[in-house]
Design a protein. Sequence first.
Length: 278
Amino acid sequence: MRVGDSLLSPLRGEKGLLRVGAHHVPLCPQPTLRRWASGVAALDTALAGGLAYGRVHELYAAQDEDAAAATGFALALLTAMADGEGRTALWLRSHRAMRRSGVVQANGCCDLGARPETCLFAMISDTKDLLKAAVDGLRSGALGAVVVETHGRLPELDLTASRRLALAAEKSGTTLFLLCSGTEPVPSAAETRWRVAAAPSRALPANAPGAPVFAIELLRQRSGPSGLSWQLEWNRDRRIFTEAASGDLVSVPRRGSPAAAGAGPDRPEAKEAIQRAA
């Protein structure tokens, strides 16, 4: 028998056993990767059961004006994957992201079903310190998830830095969301990469805006299909997504427009409609 035959023979051993010559050695079982099921069957199937915990997931705003939608999508994922388990999340923002997007408001968090008291926000000017804080947060094992929000290209966030973040997430089991706007994707060690844009919501009675809807595209996945897209409606009470239904849609009027002055959720009939739909 050639040496190579004995090395290849394990493939012909019994299930769960490594065959080396005449001996069978038990194989070490691979740990099961925890996943969060989104509620949309097609999406969960594409992700082999759902979005993986303890991995890096990149969320890119499709356009600059979609930064708020990408932030809302990240907050929805946090609400389900961290707050849903009663764990605290850490949200780290670069100075440029803070200037570009403004302050995350507590009432906006509540509108998405999140509890503001379970999320710690920090603004860090220096990019190296920002990435170091992310690694430290992941390694601590005390957090349900970490978000790193940036705007524009970050030369410091290269493949080496991305691998460091991925290893820290995998070792601790803490999920990292990298939220990016004003830039294009670069090579990384992320498990998944998404493009996020705003989409019209279903109209409630009195033409009030309904639940938030996100247009998402799976740009990349390390071990699975990509190039798939969905329109997802967020259910804040059940903390899952559903596929957005076609039908009457409504877009929120731009602030300051004549339509915004007379058509908004603050109108009495809109408030009544929202209460009936809740």
